[in-house]
Design a protein around this ligand. Structure first.
Ligand code: PEP
Ligand code: MN
Length: 339
């Protein structure tokens, strides 16, 4: 439920209501809007007697939240959430479309540093790269682990780019958060609820990728786990879903962008690399994503895509990435955004 406070309610009245709600075993999320403050009270409400809250001083009304996801929904928060990639850095969810780029996996230090400089010069704000890779085959390259994290941190040191990298297990959350600016939850882990809680209990922003078989509702419920655990800084990422189609690795459902924006305040970005599985599709789908209202893109870039240790043939070369960034500027302008 949402407890709507009157426009002139005091801080003490707010604190009193929060205490009442928490005593009932519900968790509270306070949202300060332009006109009034609301408290989203979430949890199992079967046993809760709302009367005490309803008649508390400073309370205007109580409104039930109808959607299955609560704190991720627009019913609780109308204004869009802008997630900062670094404390003083760029925000995702505002007027500017932000681009994160980099190799599928961190392969070696000098290669990563070179890519970092190239994507930064082309206008990216974040550097992606997997150090711990969730691979379908146990015989595939699994990532450089800790060394990969160190190289990513070196690249940030040199370029100022925000580091976005995947965390694959609860045991790694603390370690990855020491190096990363943004923790990525991969498609295969979108419903790893323990992991969602663990990244929700730490303060770094989370990039949550849509599971390849997840519905939009399941996607938003996964985000709900993270926010509920205490971390409101969630960026959704559409990366395509499994269908019967064979011309592409996944089917990139761009229609989820307006659908999400209709029901949620969370920013949504698009991954056209995994979303299509073909380098030649990355540019058109990136342009389409921005035209459709995406708040950003995450794109794989590799100096020698054919010989990449993971996802070969699906990544852009730095020069093709630069070309794409030029085109993006014009599309963004056409839909009243910036790059
Ligand atoms: C990735 O971005 O490195 C990745 C593995 O993607 P996904 O989880 O979307 O498959
Ligand atoms: Mn990849």
């Amino acid at each position: 439920m949402i407890v709507v406070m009157t426009p002139h309610s005091t801080k003490e009245q707010l604190e009193h209501v929060v205490k009442l709600v928490e005593e009932m075993g519900l968790s509270t999320h306070i949202i300060h809007g332009t006109n009034r403050t609301v408290i989203a009270a979430v949890g199992d409400k079967r046993m809760v007697d709302k009367t005490a809250i309803e008649y508390s001083p400073g309370v205007e009304k109580i409104v039930p939240i109808l959607s299955p996801y609560k704190v991720a929904s627009k019913e609780v928060k109308q204004e869009k959430t802008v997630v900062k990639l670094q404390p003083h850095g760029s925000g995702i969810g505002g007027k500017t479309v932000q681009v994160i780029a980099g190799p599928c996996s961190v392969e070696d230090r000098s290669q990563l540093l070179e890519i970092a400089h190239q994507i930064k010069d082309a206008g990216a704000v974040g550097l992606r790269g997997g150090a711990f890779k969730p691979r379908s085959s146990p015989y595939s390259f699994q990532g450089l682990a800790e060394k990969g994290l160190e190289y990513l941190a070196d690249a940030r040191e040199q370029t100022g780019l925000a580091v976005v990298t995947e965390v694959v297990t609860v045991n790694h959350v603390e370690r990855v958060a020491q190096y990363a600016d943004v923790l990525q939850i991969g498609a295969r882990n979108m419903q790893n609820f323990m992991l969602l809680r663990a990244v929700g209990e730490q303060p770094k922003p989370v990039l949550l990728k849509r599971g390849m078989c997840a519905t939009m509702e399941e996607f938003l419920l996964a985000a709900e786990y993270i926010i509920n655990a205490g971390n409101p800084n969630v960026i959704l990422c559409e990366r395509g879903i499994r269908t019967y189609e064979e011309y592409c690795r996944n089917t990139l459902t761009l229609s989820i962008i307006p659908a999400i924006q209709r029901v949620s305040h969370l920013p949504i970005i698009v991954d056209p690399t995994h979303g299509t599985g073909h380098a030649y599709m990355i540019e058109p789908m990136s342009l389409a994503a921005v035209a459709a209202g995406a708040d950003g893109l995450i794109i794989e870039v590799h100096p020698d895509p054919e010989h990449a240790l993971s996802d070969p043939g699906q990544q852009l070369t730095p020069s093709l990435f630069q070309q794409l960034m030029h085109k993006l500027v014009r599309v963004a302008q056409a839909v009243d955004r910036k790059v």
